[in-house]
Design a protein around this ligand. Structure first.
Ligand code: GLN
Length: 485
């Protein structure tokens, strides 16, 4: 066989190799499994590998390749372990769901299976997607493939690390306040949070339902477009799913940025943004300018309230969503004297400290005496923030900002400093509050760790992001750098 696998072939290249019969999906899947066996003890991206299912999906493709034309058919990827797959244990990084096997497939899983693609396993995450480092996983901490003493980011840290380490061709994450984009930036990969409603949330374990959105983590912008083509669709099982058919995102790769006006919102470059990060993002804006875009200075005055607003609304929704884990319906049950005690002990042992803290905060901000002061006020701020974005998008087509203020921090560095940990969401969480699409694109390195820039577009204008991100990628080499794991 002439097929050579280095672990870092892109998903688009793998798809071409399948189309030319240079390789079979079984061979690709086996090569991926071997790569995982070789590096996952160092990176720890995976909670579970589903070898038998993956190989049978690969065989299904190989038996009939012509019925799954193009896209990511036959190309193996991974799912964050908050995305349900029928009969496959889905833990959400929590002890409370240990052993739970969903009786149904998430909307995105149905899309993946219909397209003939292959799922190889479930990746690690912060418990219930609450965190920025995977250190809140009940199981273990994933390591950053660029420097295994550092975190990969979170909460989709397992998915980002798996892609960065060449363990899979693509992965899905979920993003409620930055959980796709922040680990993408820390691991030097592309991560897209689509517009709220563009990708089905059916069968995705809810954290904060008005903010959650599923999206791709990939090594290139083209691969992200291929994943978006596979997963974005209207799903009648998700009442917030957008009814219009999605475009073919790969078409945007053929257009450049001439005629685009790109706004640089000054509030995103304020205090706390590390100099090398600000510098790399400004240099990237210049690359886009040289490619034909016009740069303008813009202002989003309320964006500074985004992070506190997120940390009121997300726990409020979480406190309601997580009420269903009571030892009766899902996963763990601690047997105790009576049912009230059984609920109490199950939740006491099943949930980790961060999750409990958010349930308490969420319950507090929703309580009768504090609702107006916190929850209602935060909803009003959310509206102001959305208006800021509407206003700037009357002046420009896209915004460019840092994805995260710094590069990946060391494992353990922020464990006793939750404020520092949460500050890593300062540039990403406003985007979820406004429901907009945004992508993190690799744009530099500092001390050997990757830097990401964030491109934000108006709702349902993902195509503009793809145009600009691909133009940038073609003009630079950051996407070619590989960790030496
Ligand atoms: N880091 C943020 C948090 O802890 C974002 C999480 C997410 O997007 N799921 O809430």
């Amino acid at each position: 066989m002439s097929f050579k696998y280095d672990g870092f072939m892109t998903a688009a290249e793998a798809s071409k190799a399948l189309a030319s019969r240079e390789v079979s999906s079984r061979e690709l899947t086996q090569a991926t499994l071997e790569r995982i066996a070789a590096v996952d003890s160092k990176v720890k991206s995976f909670l579970k590998i589903i070898e038998d299912q993956a190989l049978s999906q690969a065989d299904r493709f190989d038996a009939n390749p012509q019925s799954f034309p193009g896209g990511l058919a036959g190309v193996p990827g991974a799912l964050k372990d908050n995305i349900c797959m029928r009969g496959i244990e889905t833990t959400c990084g929590s002890l409370i769901l240990e052993g739970w096997q969903p009786p149904y497939d998430a909307g995105v899983v149905t899309q993946i299976q219909d397209s003939g693609s292959v799922v190889i396993g479930k990746t690690n995450l912060d418990e219930f997607a609450m965190g920025s480092s995977t250190e809140n996983s009940a199981y273990f901490t994933t390591c950053n493939p660029w420097n295994t003493r550092h975190v990969p980011g979170g909460s989709s840290g397992g998915s980002a690390a798996a892609v960065a380490a060449g363990e899979v061709f693509w992965a899905l994450g979920s993003d409620t306040g930055g959980s796709i984009r922040q680990p993408a930036a820390y691991c030097g990969v592309v991560g897209l949070k689509p517009t709220y409603g563009r990708v089905s949330r059916y069968g995705v374990i809810a954290y904060a339902s008005s903010l959650d959105q599923i999206g791709p983590l990939t090594r290139t912008v083209e691969d992200a477009a291929l994943v978006m083509n596979m997963i974005s669709a209207h799903d009648p099982k998700d009442s917030t799913s957008y009814p219009e058919a999605p475009p073919d995102y790969t078409k945007s790769l053929k257009r450049d940025v001439s005629g685009f006006t790109i706004g640089i919102p000054r509030e995103f470059f304020g205090q706390g943004i590390a100099d090398p990060v600000a510098q790399a993002v400004m240099d990237s804006a210049t690359v886009l300018e040289r490619s034909g875009a016009r740069l303008i200075d813009v202002s989003t005055p309320n964006v500074g309230y985004g992070l506190p607003c997120y940390y009121i609304l997300a726990p409020a929704e979480a406190s309601s969503n997580l009420a269903r884990y009571d030892g009766v319906r899902y996963g763990m049950r601690v047997e105790a004297g009576d049912h009230a005690e059984m609920f109490r002990q199950t939740r006491e042992r099943g949930f980790g400290a961060e999750v409990k803290q958010r349930i308490v905060i969420g319950t507090y901000v929703l309580s009768a005496g504090y609702y107006d002061a916190f929850y209602l006020k935060a909803q009003q701020v959310r509206t102001l923030l959305s208006r800021d974005f509407e206003q700037v998008f009357s002046q420009c087509d896209l915004l460019i900002t840092p994805t995260v203020p710094t590069t990946a921090f060391a494992i353990g560095e922020h464990i006793d400093d939750p404020f520092q940990m949460k500050l890593s969401d300062v540039c990403t969480s406003p985007v979820n509050l406004a429901g907009l699409p945004a992508m993190s694109v690799p744009c530099g390195f500092s001390d050997g760790l990757p830097i990401g820039m964030q491109l934000i577009a108006p709702a349902f204008a993902e195509e503009r992001i793809f145009q600009a991100a691909y133009t940038f990628e073609q003009a630079t080499d950051y996407h070619k750098a590989r960790p030496s794991i």
